[in-house]
Ligand binder design. Structure first.
Ligand code: DGL
Length: 283
């Protein structure tokens, strides 16, 4: 039994494989300072990007059910990989629940590019997905796309390594060949990557536009909130609950690196058969 009932119904539930979705949470917070939020980082299973899409879907549906049980009234899939694997089937399965998902912002990049060349950074699972390929097919037919999976970058960001040598090497190896091919925009197709935007900008220079879809996702969440959901919350309480299925200590260390206020952190645990998630109650 989960006993985490801090909030009234109609909380915003957000999830990602780990800390990446916090880049989306930050944007949502900027736009809705008072709405209660429950964030789930599945750090036990991070990275999702190297898993089969079916497995990511199975994890995503259990997480969705868990967030709904805790009172979420809207689910933000703040993970490109989980959106690619699960967004459509989740909408089918949980009818009546509004879902906001992510897709790499190839469309705005294709509309704005002058060189006709665009870079996309995303996980292997995202690149393999139907969702991504249909976006490219529909909106970027006349654009040359350069893709890179930035192997190891998600893990470095999980450790809070935003500008160290390992992170720099991964990004330089991904971006220099794209720059040689004269890309003029770079799409961040993984929600972990906004945490390294300063380093990406340093590497690509001022003439390349870096596109982070998080603000657009936050706006979409706002639109749904004002229609469907009572966004009033208890302003006297911490209105952000952060949950991790990984190490609470490492999660706390990460939160200290970024700008999030008024939160509580709790640990959760997957059941052995991965069909359930439970709060770990501190003694
Ligand atoms: N943050 C995730 C995304 O947007 C996934 C990273 C991972 O776990 O591989 O795709």
């Amino acid at each position: 039994m989960n006993k985490l009932t801090f909030f009234p119904k109609n909380t915003i539930g957000i999830f990602d494989s780990g800390v990446g979705g916090l880049s989306v949470l930050r944007e949502i917070r900027n736009q809705v300072p008072d709405s209660p939020i429950i964030y789930f980082g599945d750090q036990f299973h991070v990275p999702y990007g190297q898993r089969e899409l079916d497995e990511v879907y199975s994890l995503s549906r259990v997480i969705t059910q868990f967030l709904l049980n805790l009172g979420a009234g809207i689910i933000v899939v703040a993970c490109n990989t989980a959106s690619a694997a699960a967004l459509y089937p989740l909408r089918e399965e949980f009818q009546g629940i509004p879902f906001v998902g992510m897709e790499p912002a190839v469309k705005p990049a294709a509309e704005k590019t002058h060189s006709g060349k665009v870079g996309v950074l995303a996980t292997p699972a995202t690149f393999q997905s139907k969702l991504y390929n249909s976006v490219v097919e529909r909106f970027a037919k006349n654009v040359k796309i350069y893709q890179n999976t930035c192997s190891g970058l998600v893990q470095e960001i999980e450790k809070g390594n935003f500008s160290g040598i390992e992170t720099r090497n991964i990004l330089e190896n991904a971006l220099y060949p794209m720059l040689e091919n004269e890309i003029d925009s770079i799409v961040l197709g993984c929600t972990h990557y906004p945490f390294v935007i300063p380093l990406i900008k340093e590497i690509v220079g001022p003439d390349v536009t870096v596109i982070d879809p998080a603000p657009a996702v936050a706006k979409q969440t706002m639109r749904i909130l004002s229609k469907d959901i009572d966004s009033g919350a208890n302003k006297n309480k911490n209105n952000t609950i952060l949950l991790t299925s990984g190490s609470i200590k490492e999660f706390k260390n990460f939160i200290n690196l970024i700008d999030i206020n008024n939160y509580e952190i709790h640990q959760v645990k997957w059941s052995q058969d991965k069909s359930e998630i439970n709060i770990v109650h501190e003694k």
